[in-house]
Design a protein around this ligand. Structure first.
Ligand code: XMP
Length: 326
């Protein structure tokens, strides 16, 4: 498993059949490597960690211990889906840690984006370490490293991977997807029976809604963000845009303005819609959402979400705006 360069003659996995062949090969290799030992995996519910989980469950069943840390910055229904798909659907050995309070206490009053990221990443390592120490006989750590992560090894996903664990908790790595491109990972995920809502989903940053609840995170604004984002996703699903737009989400700044609701003054936050298309996330263009849909989304968010009184659409391409607001 030490090969870090994709062989020139490695066939691109573009069909179910090729995905199944890859799975069979990896199942064998994982069984040979792991034998009767246990493997630990941080399962965020993102595409890569989910596909690794499904693959390892197929290979070694309950010798895989998945740890899902809910940092309280997940999108609506995400942690629930992880539990449903893996614990209920695949009978996985899944440790679920609800660390919402712990994260929100640590993040209380912190408005600097870098500091927020540091806290979110650092806390993840501490929680993962605590959970790892409770378990006996773990010799391997599985990671959802994929080929682009290796090509850009200082890439955005760095904190996702469990680098930074203390010396006495160093495990041998199991990285079955490390030579695959993203589209191949999705193909493999489908062949393993993962739902499309998990395999085909848009990118979501490790620090989650933490980078979209701008400034110091407060529970009420975070909750408003989660609800507004769920409405946006629902409407994009219904209209078919979810299949074509690369990434779409809501950000909420720490700003209130005056509005009016039910004949009374109603101070609220603006929900900012971002919907972008890109191939590599280095540059991005803006999706032209049809106006009637924008009006509909605006009406839903302002009437259904407590605390929001305006909806804005961000028309800024990257550059000059980054994709996330932070
Ligand atoms: P920006 O905002 O830099 O984002 O234009 C480019 C892409 O990277 C995603 N992103 C992250 N992904 N961990 C991740 O896994 C992160 O910390 C992170 N920050 C940004 C962002 O969502 C966009 O797709």
């Amino acid at each position: 498993m030490s090969l870090n360069k994709r062989p020139d003659d490695m066939e691109r996995i573009v069909t179910r059949q090729l995905a199944e062949a890859f799975i069979a090969e990896q199942v064998d290799e994982v069984r040979r490597t792991v034998k009767d030992k246990k493997v630990l995996l941080a399962l965020s519910g993102g595409v890569d960690s989910s596909v690794v989980a499904a693959l390892l469950i197929k290979a070694i069943g309950k010798q895989l211990v998945c740890v899902h840390v809910n940092h309280g910055l997940m999108r609506k229904g995400e942690s629930e889906q992880v539990i449903e798909v893996f614990r209920e659907g695949m009978d996985a050995n899944l440790v679920y840690v609800d660390a919402t309070d712990r994260y929100l206490e640590k993040l209380d009053g912190i408005s600097s984006p870098e500091e927020k990221r540091k806290i979110i990443g650092g806390e993840f390592i501490r929680i993962f370490e605590e959970e790892a120490r409770k378990l006996d006989g773990i010799e391997f750590l599985a990671q959802g490293t994929i080929y682009p992560d290796i090509l850009e090894s200082d890439g955005v996903k760095a904190h996702h991977n469990v680098g930074g664990l203390p010396e006495d908790l160093q495990f041998e790595l199991v990285e079955p997807l490390k030579l695959l491109y993203k589209d191949e990972v999705r193909e493999v995920g489908r062949a393993l029976g993962l739902p499309s809502s998990m395999v085909d989903r848009q990118p979501f940053p490790g620090p989650g809604l933490g980078v979209r609840c701008l400034g110091a995170i407060k529970r009420d604004r975070l909750e408003a963000l989660r609800e507004a984002d769920a409405i946006l996703r629902e409407e994009f699903d219904k209209s078919g845009l979810a299949n074509t737009v690369w990434q779409y989400f809501i950000a909420i700044p720490d700003v209130k303005s005056v509005g009016v609701r039910d004949g009374k003054r109603y101070e609220g936050w603006p929900a900012i819609i971002r919907a972008v298309n890109t191939t590599d996330a280095m540059t991005a263009t803006i999706e032209e959402i049809p106006y009637p849909l924008l009006h509909h989304i605006t009406a839903r968010i302002t009437s259904e979400v407590e605390g929001i009184n305006r909806v804005l659409y961000d028309l800024t391409p990257k550059p000059v705006g980054t994709i996330e607001w932070e």
